[in-house]
Design a protein around this ligand. Structure first.
Ligand code: 8YV
Length: 327
């Protein structure tokens, strides 16, 4: 008998076909009215789950006693309760690598848009305001030759560092748990403690994953160490930055601007003070949202689930200790 798999994220026909060939597959749109109730009904049978952007609480996991593996269509796994999954012997897989370059592109687009005021000026043109030459009030700031401070130098941080150094001739500083010799050598990157990195930034870019240690890593005190001409970019997770402190700094003119793809609460409320600041570019957590990358992420998640439910070690195991305990 085929194993029962529920996916709660829509998939392309190609990925649906791969899953249906191997499993008894069902799609539950958890975001649709009645979707969560339907998931609750189906969970008792589920041996595999695939999806993202939905929290599988321990109450929901209680309904799924046969669950063997979850394939998350994301690289981040901060929304999963790892000790709870370990206690239940459930494998968790993620989708690293395939989204690295797209997220780095998105970070750079926020950095450039904030520096060159692209969104603000494009809206100004669209509103019919471009009637004469530009004055200083419309000028942005250069990106090339400036200093980028990266908080986090994992795969995505390194892809941003490559663009910054080789593409834009920027100086790259970073803070991370350990020095990255390859990035130091290839991009001339300097490994610095946060208190030295911040005052040297023209641009600060957050790429570090969210965890207990990185929650509000950048608060009022840290933001105050940035020069007033600095621009903050976040493509990681909203709560790494204390959003209220960021808003206060922007409102007080203590920062030049911000390019944000992630927020403490998503979707961002339409009455967020961030949206009243012309020097903020806000995008809807779309760092990996390209046709190519989202399909690659789905393919990777399907690969992971096919392996996990066939008793093969999946390539992208978040909790290898659960696998070890099975052997
Ligand atoms: C999306 C992401 O949020 O991979 C991640 O960790 O944040 C994003 O790519 C989403 O999970 C895509 O399904």
């Amino acid at each position: 008998m085929k194993k029962k798999v529920i996916h709660y994220k829509a998939l392309s026909p190609a990925q649906t076909a791969r899953l249906s060939a191997a499993f008894d597959l069902e799609y539950v749109d958890v975001k649709a009215p009645g979707g969560e109730a339907r998931l609750r009904e189906r969970l008792p049978e589920a041996q595999g789950l695939l999806g993202s952007s939905f929290t599988l609480s321990s109450e929901l996991l209680d309904l799924a006693p046969r669950l063997e593996a979850i394939a998350s269509v994301s690289v981040g796994f901060d929304s999963y309760d790892l000790p709870e999954l370990a206690r239940r012997g459930i494998l968790l897989c993620n989708t690293p690598d395939v989204l690295t370059e797209s997220v780095a592109d998105a970070a750079f687009s926020l950095l450039l848009a904030s520096a060159r005021r692209t969104v603000e000026l494009a809206n100004w043109v669209r509103a019919g305001q471009w009637r004469a030459g530009l004055g200083e009030a419309h000028f942005g700031c250069d990106v090339h030759g400036k200093t980028l401070g990266l908080v986090g130098m994992g795969r995505i941080g390194q892809a941003i560092a490559r663009r910054a150094s080789l593409g834009f001739g920027m100086h790259v500083n970073y803070t991370a748990r350990t020095s990255k010799p390859l990035a130091n050598e290839r991009y001339g990157a300097r490994f610095l403690p946060l208190h030295e990195l911040l005052p040297a930034c023209d641009f600060l870019c957050v790429t570090v994953p969210l965890s207990d240690e990185t929650y509000h890593l950048l608060g009022a005190y840290e933001l105050a160490q940035l020069p007033a001409h600095a621009i903050v970019v976040n493509v990681s997770r909203g709560p790494v930055l204390d959003e209220a402190a960021l808003i206060a700094a922007l409102q007080a003119g203590r920062l030049r601007g911000a390019g944000l793809d992630v927020f403490e609460r998503e979707p961002l409320a339409s009455d967020s003070p961030l949206l009243r600041l012309p020097n903020v570019v806000a995008t809807p957590h779309s760092g990996s949202a390209t046709h190519e990358t989202r399909e690659a992420m789905a393919r990777c998640a399907v690969d992971n689930l096919l392996d996990a439910l066939a008793g093969k070690r999946p390539a992208n195991l978040v909790n290898p200790e659960v696998w070890q305990a099975r052997c």
